[in-house]
Ligand binder design. Structure first.
Ligand SMILES: CC(C)(COP(=O)(O)OP(=O)(O)OC[C@H]1O[C@@H](n2cnc3c(N)ncnc32)[C@H](O)[C@@H]1OP(=O)(O)O)[C@@H](O)C(=O)NCCC(=O)NCCS
Length: 453
């Protein structure tokens, strides 16, 4: 599989979309070119590094805005340039990728690295770029956009916090068990290579199966993450294989340069079936502690713990509960679904399967979901979704259930149950039989998405 999906630039040409777009005061919105990569790297490094230049983000930018990047590239990067001052003043990029919902693949556009020069803020530059990016991403067939970002801000662009993001447990360095005298490490860590991909891919697939929404990783994506070119290595660490003393791979860890609230981060960790997870943890903790101390010194940041950012539930938490005293609650992905009925039609086989297993098996009828100012109608025939379409609630016909705008996305993506939403929002309601139907169709189910970044 190639990683190259259509780019924003190609979509602009296809739609004859009006870009470059002239904004006020000599500002122009356009697609970046590889020649912008270095100025964009400087711009992002300064804009995000509040106290000091963010070297890692600058290195990431240098890669993603170059022609060498297999997924993003300059062709998926929007910039606003002040043509009078001849400088970049705002930007965002798009990372096309595929996620799955209960195993059903769907195309996603992930906007990333959204930034405006402090002197140009509150002038609508991000709003203008989102108008363009959303129109193009929708036209590229992305059923969903997902963004990880600062609190509240993206709500203004029709996003809802609909999926868990991160969260996990913390192990303090002081609790990391030391190697006993005369004891040798029973397992060691080494950089993953492409030869390890079939092994790691099996483990990753098993992890994806625990998550309602997941981001599958074909071989081409593993190769992308293992890219050892200087451009990629400047900001990304290779995954580590956990191996026995005789070199047999038993698991892998995704460790990185991220230091978050004084802790070095683990983004993924899996071991093979039949391997004791508890047995591999002490060597992994020791390795992570040494790595965290080195990173802290290199980045001049305090580090005193290891953060297993593996979601709400993970086998690691069950393996060493006594070493993980602190819980960090998940944040959330901002999710935008421009056409909810279309998404429901797309995932209908998963919803049909849930219905078939439920007390409403074989159901025939309609479910009218009001969002007060608009709504959706799902039509069922003999236990299967026959259609989903937009539907307009009125004073006389208020439907079967109601949600304030966008809140339904939390139910759709399994973040909260209907009962929890009713508790949180007094204007979420459902009639009796629709309650049973909604509970059957949309049970609460955790997700931990390891997205393409
Ligand atoms: C957050 C940031 C990208 C906003 O850029 P901007 O160009 O000022 O955004 P816009 O002017 O297009 O703002 C769009 C709307 O959001 C509002 N807004 C701007 N900054 C906001 C903020 N930090 N929080 C909430 N709302 C904000 C604006 O008032 C505007 O509302 P309006 O359209 O009703 O008038 C910019 O402040 C920035 O670069 N911050 C540092 C980097 C950062 O945190 N990026 C986001 C990482 S996820």
């Amino acid at each position: 599989m190639s990683l190259k999906s259509p780019t924003l630039k190609q979509q602009i040409e296809l739609m004859q979309y009006a870009l470059p777009r002239h904004l006020d005061d000599g500002l122009v919105m356009r697609i970046a070119t590889p020649d912008d990569a270095e100025s964009l790297a400087r711009f992002n490094g300064h804009t995000f590094g509040r106290e000091r230049f963010d070297e890692l983000l600058a290195a990431y930018t240098r890669h993603y805005a170059s022609d060498a990047h297999p997924i993003i590239g300059a062709a998926n990067t929007l910039i606003v340039e002040d043509t009078r001052a001849r400088k970049i003043v705002s930007t965002m990029c798009l990372i096309p990728q595929t996620w799955t919902y209960a195993g059903i693949p769907f195309p996603v556009g992930r906007p990333e690295v959204v930034a405006t020069d402090p002197e140009y803020r509150h002038r609508g530059l991000v709003r203008a770029q989102f108008e363009t990016l959303h129109a193009l991403s929708d036209a590229m067939g992305h059923l969903v956009q997902g963004i990880t970002g600062i609190p509240y801000f993206y709500r203004q662009f029709a996003y809802e916090f609909a999926l868990d993001l991160g969260g996990g447990r913390v192990c303090y360095f002081t609790d990391v068990p030391a190697l006993k005298e005369n004891e040798t490490e029973p397992y060691h860590l080494r950089a993953m290579t492409c030869a390890d991909i079939p092994f790691a891919a099996r483990l990753y697939e098993r992890a994806c199966a625990r998550s309602l929404v997941a981001c599958p990783r074909p071989e081409s994506l593993w190769r992308y993450f293992l890219d050892d070119s200087p451009l990629a290595r400047a900001y990304r660490m290779p995954f580590q294989i956990i191996a026995t003393t005789d070199g047999r791979a038993v698991g892998y860890v995704d460790c990185n340069h991220d230091i978050w609230q004084d802790a070095i981060t683990v983004g993924e960790m899996e071991v093979a079936e039949g391997q004791s997870l508890r047995a591999v943890m002490p060597p992994v903790l020791r390795w992570m502690k040494a790595h965290g101390e080195a990173e802290g010194a290199r980045q001049n940041k305090p580090v005193n713990a290891i953060y297993f950012a593996l979601g709400r539930a993970h086998p690691v938490y069950d393996a060493i509960p006594e070493l993980l005293p602190k819980m960090r609650p998940p944040y959330a992905w901002y999710i935008r679904v421009a056409d909810v009925p279309r998404f429901i039609r797309h995932i209908a086989p998963a919803l049909d399967a849930r219905l078939a297993r439920s007390t409403m098996a074989g159901y025939t009828g309609e479910l009218k979901i009001s969002e007060y100012r608009r709504g959706f109608k799902i039509v069922f025939e003999n236990g299967k979704i026959a259609n989903a379409e937009m539907w307009q609630p009125t004073v006389d016909e208020r439907g079967d259930c109601g949600f304030p705008p966008l809140v339904f996305l939390q139910l759709l993506f399994g973040r909260k149950s209907l009962a929890e939403l009713r508790e949180m929002f007094p204007d979420v309601w459902a009639n009796t039989e629709p309650t049973v139907l909604l509970d059957a169709l949309f049970p609460k189910q955790a997700s931990c998405v390891c997205a393409v970044g």
